[in-house]
Ligand binder design. Structure first.
Ligand code: SF4
Ligand code: SF4
Length: 389
C-alpha cells in the first residue's frame, strides 16, 4: 500500500469532520513554498525564473507554521525551489511534524544525503524525491548530468536510515510508455520507495521549454499505454485510484483548486500552485474572495490542458467518498486502458488567458527593494546557502 494506514485514517477522519460540519470547500494538502531558489535550473520549471530579490526571499519558521495552523490541512507538501537550501528547513519540518501533520518534503535529492542528519525518521515525514525517469531521461529533463546518481544514492541512504521516501515524477511528451514502465519497475523494486507520484507536466508560461508539455489527449493515451504494460508488476502510486483512473482517460473531472492551497513568499497564491494570478493576505481571504468558478478546464484558457494532482486529486477524493464502489471496482479490477475515453469538458466557453504575472512580480520586487538592508542581508544569506549546495 503506497500510503500507510495511519495516514489514510487521519486524513479520512479529517474529511469526515469537514463533511459533518457541512463545509464543501476544504483543503487537503497545503503547498508550502518557503523559497523559490533552487540548485538546478530545469527547462520545464516555472518556479525559478525570478529576479534575485525574489529568489533571495524566504518564509521564516514562524510564517510557515502560522500558514500550517491557519490552513488546517492534514497534509503539508513543501516544494520550492529546493527546500533543503532553506537554512531553517529542519525546524520548519520539526514544527509541522510536532503538529501531527503529514509532511512531504519535495527535493531534487542533490543535498539530501548531506542534510539527512538534520531530520528524524517519523511516520509523519516523507522525502519526496524528484526523478523524471531513468538516468538518461532524468538527467536530460533536469539538464544536469550526474543528478540521477546523486538522487538515487540519497534515496538509498534515506531508506537505510529509516525514512519514508516517495518518488515524485513529472512526465513530458519525450517519455515513451516502455521507458516509463521500466522506471516504475525500478522505483518499486530497486529503490523500494513507498510510492510514486506521477503527473503530467504543467505548461508554465515562464518555463523555458514549452514544446515538451503533454496536451490532454496525449496525457491520457500515455497513461493508458503505460498502465497496459503493468502486467504482474507491483507498482505503488501514492495518488488515489480514481485520480489515476482520471489520468487514464476514464473520468471527467472538474478542477477543485481549493483542495491544495499554496502559501509562498508572496502570500496565498490564487488560484493554485501552478497559476499565480494574484495573492491573498490570509488563508480565509483566499478561500472567501477567490472567484473559483473562473478557473479549471473549460473555464480558463490556461487550465485547458491541466491534469495535475493539485487541481484534480481533491476532486478524485471527493468522488471516492461519494462513490466508494466505483473506486473499489477500479482497485479490484484495474484501470481500463482500451475503449472510448470519458468525454472532456468542452472548451467553447473558456475565458481567454490573462497575462498578469509580470505586473505582479514588478509589484513584489518594488516592495522588496523598498527595504534594501533586508534585501542585501538576504542576498548574502542566499549566496552562502547556494554555495553550500
Ligand atoms: S529541481 Fe524542481 S524547483 Fe528546481 S529547477 Fe528543477 S523543477 Fe524547478
Ligand atoms: S486546472 Fe486547476 S490546478 Fe490546473 S492550472 Fe487551472 S486552476 Fe490550477
Amino acid at each position: 500500500m503506497a500510503v500507510p494506514a495511519i495516514q489514510q485514517l487521519r486524513v479520512g477522519a479529517y474529511i469526515l469532520k469537514q463533511k459533518l460540519r457541512g463545509i464543501d470547500k476544504y483543503p487537503l494538502v497545503l503547498m508550502l513554498e518557503p523559497l523559490f531558489r533552487c540548485n538546478l535550473a530545469c527547462p520545464g520549471c516555472g518556479k525559478i525564473d525570478y529576479e534575485d530579490s525574489i529568489l533571495n526571499k524566504r518564509l521564516s519558521i514562524e510564517d510557515c507554521l502560522a500558514a500550517v495552523d491557519e490552513c488546517g490541512a492534514p497534509v503539508v507538501s513543501i516544494p520550492g525551489g529546493e527546500p533543503l537550501l532553506h537554512k531553517d528547513i529542519d525546524k520548519i519540518v520539526a514544527g509541522i511534524v510536532a503538529r501531527k501533520k503529514f509532511v512531504y518534503l519535495c527535493t531534487n535529492g542533490l543535498l539530501l544525503e548531506k542534510k539527512l542528519h538534520l531530520f528524524k525518521p517519523s511516520q509523519f515525514l516523507t522525502f519526496s524525491v524528484h526523478l523524471d525517469g531513468l538516468e538518461a531521461e532524468h538527467d536530460r529533463a533536469v539538464n544536469q548530468p550526474g543528478t540521477f546518481q546523486r538522487a538515487v544514492a540519497a534515496i538509498h541512504a534515506a531508506r537505510k536510515a529509516g525514512f519514508r521516501v516517495n518518488v515524485n515524477c513529472t512526465l513530458f511528451n519525450t517519455m515513451k510508455a516502455e521507458d516509463a514502465a521500466r522506471f516504475f519497475d525500478f522505483c518499486s523494486n530497486e529503490l523500494d520507495v513507498e510510492g510514486v507520484t506521477a503527473a503530467p507536466g504543467y505548461a508554465y508560461e515562464r518555463a523555458p521549454q514549452q514544446s515538451h508539455f503533454l496536451n490532454r489527449t496525449r496525457t491520457k493515451q500515455l497513461f493508458r499505454d503505460v498502465l497496459k504494460l503493468k502486467g504482474e508488476s507491483k507498482w505503488r502510486f501514492s495518488q488515489s485510484v480514481l485520480y489515476m483512473d482520471f489520468l487514464a482517460g476514464n473520468q471527467t473531472y472538474a478542477c477543485t483548486p481549493w483542495g491544495t492551497p499554496t502559501r509562498n513568499v508572496f502570500g496565498w497564491q490564487r488560484p493554485c500552485y501552478l497559476l499565480g494570478e494574484g495573492y491573498a493576505h490570509s488563508f480565509r481571504e483566499l478561500m472567501d474572495s477567490t472567484e473559483w468558478s473562473r478557473y479549471g478546464t473549460g473555464n480558463y484558457e490556461k487550465c485547458a490542458d491541466c491534469m495535475v494532482h493539485c487541481g484534480y486529486e481533491g476532486t478524485a477524493v471527493n468522488d471516492t467518498l461519494r462513490h466508494p464502489w466505483k473506486a473499489l471496482k477500479v482497485k479490484l479490477f484495474g484501470f481500463r486502458t482500451d475503449g472510448p475515453m470519458a468525454p472532456d469538458i468542452p472548451l467553447t466557453h473558456q475565458r481567454p488567458a490573462e497575462f498578469v504575472f509580470e505586473s505582479l512580480i514588478k509589484t513584489m520586487s518594488s516592495e522588496i527593494d523598498k527595504d534594501p538592508g533586508r534585501s542585501v542581508e538576504r542576498k548574502k544569506r542566499a549566496r552562502v546557502e547556494s554555495s553550500a549546495a
